[in-house]
Design a protein around this ligand. Sequence first.
Ligand code: C2E
Ligand code: MG
Ligand code: MG
Length: 761
Amino acid sequence: MNSAPISRLSWVLAGVGVALSACVALSGSSSFSNFAYLAATVQIVVFLAISAKFNKPDRLLWPALFVIATASTIAQILDNNLDTASLQAVPESLFLVVQITLAGGLLLIIRRRIGNDPLSVLGDGLIVALGSWFLIWVIFLQPTFDASTSSVVVTGIQGATLAFSSVVLFSLATLLFGDADRTPAVWLIAGAITFTLLGDFLYAANDSGRVELDEQFINAAYVLCLFLCSAAFVHQSISTITEHGSVRTQRPLLGRLIVTTAALTIPVVVLALTEAADSVDRTVRAVSVFVLTIAVTARVIHAVRTNASMQRTLIHSAQTDALTGLPNRSLMLSHVQNALEFAEQDQRHPTVLFIDVDRFKNINDSLGHQAGDNVLVAVAQRLRNALPQRCIVGRISGDEFVILDPGTRGASDAMIVADTILNSFNEPLSLRQGDVFVSTSIGVATFQKGISATADDLLRHADTAMYRAKDAGRNCVAIFDESMLERVTQRLSVETALYRALERRELRLVHQPIVDVELGDVVGFEALMRWTRDDGSIISPAEFIPIAEETGTIVPIGAWALLEALTHLRGWINEGICSREATMSVNVSPRQLHDPNFVPVVHEALLRSHIAPEQLWLEVTEGVMIAQPDQALETLTKLCAIGVRIAIDDFGTGYSSLSLLQKFPIQRLKIDRSFVHGVADDLGARSLVRTIIAMGDSLGLDMVAEGVESVRQLQALAELRCAKAQGYLISHPVPPESIGSTVASLTQFGEWSKLRGRNPR
Ligand code: C2E
Ligand code: MG
Ligand code: MG
């Protein structure tokens, strides 16, 4: 049987308990009342057995339950049947045993469930216990002692039982005040305890002669208690009653406040309104209220302290980077601000160093984010160890660290700090995943009146200089100077204008012919972009393509260039300017390859221009095979599948390996002009070009030499059997309307032989 139906039974039991105890209270029949009590005792035995089978509550509960059930049943029977006053101490002692066991059992449960901030929960419980003790004394105990006709022993035991009620109340309060989730079993047990205490109090009130109560009212409370007890045990949540379990997000602060305030104020009001009966009563009242006051004071002190430490924790976590424990951006800014305030008095020029971990994205992509986090922690550690005590290290975002050296007197001091940092990364970082080498790019900005004068300026300028260090090839230092600001401003204006360039028709293509080295035929063209801004200035692609790449504008611009270039080629073929097999080379940026729409865009451009896929060469650089190679490989493979051909541009300047060349679907290498430049005179360059050509041949690749500027270079390339060439010697890139004349002049009889330095036949 699963435990859900049993849990449902628990609500039935609670309902039966409420109905039966109401009947007992209203019936006025003592025999019905005794029968109901007996029934309640029998049912609890049955349901405890059922609970033991299906809910398997903590084994520790059983001895306590056994003691409570046995002692209270025997006590009840004896209490009802014993007439001899001398034996009255026996049931009263048993009631005391029940009370002590109940308190002990509850304390055990609480010990396991108390959760966070136990001191405040126990403190509040103590206040409730002391307040209730005061009331128990004034309302029940003192009158009982006064009016008791029983022996001193019996009165003493009754007093102790009542006094223990405050311990039970303490346990109940702490059980409900903690942050552990209050399950139905907890509520039902709390209800059972409340009604047993109510029964005890009614009994005591009756006994003290303060009120005249029929016994069935007292019995009604006990009957309900017993039913609630079985209901709690039958509910499946009883099996976790001794576990802390899930934490409530909202702690019962308002309920706690109301209960503890009542426990404090009611005794004070009672104290003010009632007179002590005798000197013992006065002493007990005075001592109780005194202890209560001490408990409240201690609780207030604890609350104030907890609050203060919580505030400290909050401020600390708001200003600290959780991963590395270093100050974050806001704290670094205030450190820099402080340093600047003292700078002028001390004749110092505080320096801010902006550090970026080179190629951190690669580490994250290739080794995973956990390794990335470990690298950041190790970098933080390395920086702290490498730098003098006076330097403050902070992490302001991702892989960006900032160092403040408040003690520098100028740029040379700052350079020493920067060098220390660079050198500290000569050794690899030891991570769980293995050793990892990292390098850093560092931007330095030193306090300068009127230029880098505020904390914000210093941080921003160091950041700008860091980008310069990145541009300069990484793993180096750049010191901020004002010209960098102009560059940043210019870059920003280029960026803004570039967004509009396409729709304002400011972009156009020029074309550079690619020729067959042996025959001199124009076999194809490379399309190169030009941007004429509205003020007439022409911006080089070397300047705007990286910005377009960074901002993503390259995607629409690149798509436009593709269609435009193929449309030009279609026109020239139709006009007979070039052969029907002539090809068009279009440069493609990595960002385009990562655009999921790129393949359809290429496909559509081919369809619209009626150019065969084999006539389109897409030029990519070696970089695409290294950063995010999987995505690039997927796109290039799809392009190859439709027949488009791929060339590696500027070959030799990147870091591609032979294995990558084999893995990627490549059909052409374009030898970078830096090698072609020396091919005629420099033996080293010549043998390099020879090796590249031999390698390309063995892989079955088409070879194109870029940047051919002299006849001697062309001759050398011909000797080395390089198949194709392009360069200023053959033709500068020309506008599409001039292609006709350019091709005509190149194919003129004898022109090619002249270019190659041979006498025309
Ligand atoms: P690239 O693809 O390697 O293009 C060759 C560059 O070398 C062109 O510069 C061309 O004008 C220049 N060049 C050609 N022959 C010679 C020569 O004999 N000597 C010298 N010194 N230079 C020569 P350009 O047009 O400034 O383009 C620079 C780079 O910008 C291109 O290098 C290419 O990477 C990129 N680029 C140009 N157009 C586009 C485009 O439409 N899309 C993309 N993604 N990149 C483009
Ligand atoms: Mg190119
Ligand atoms: Mg190139």
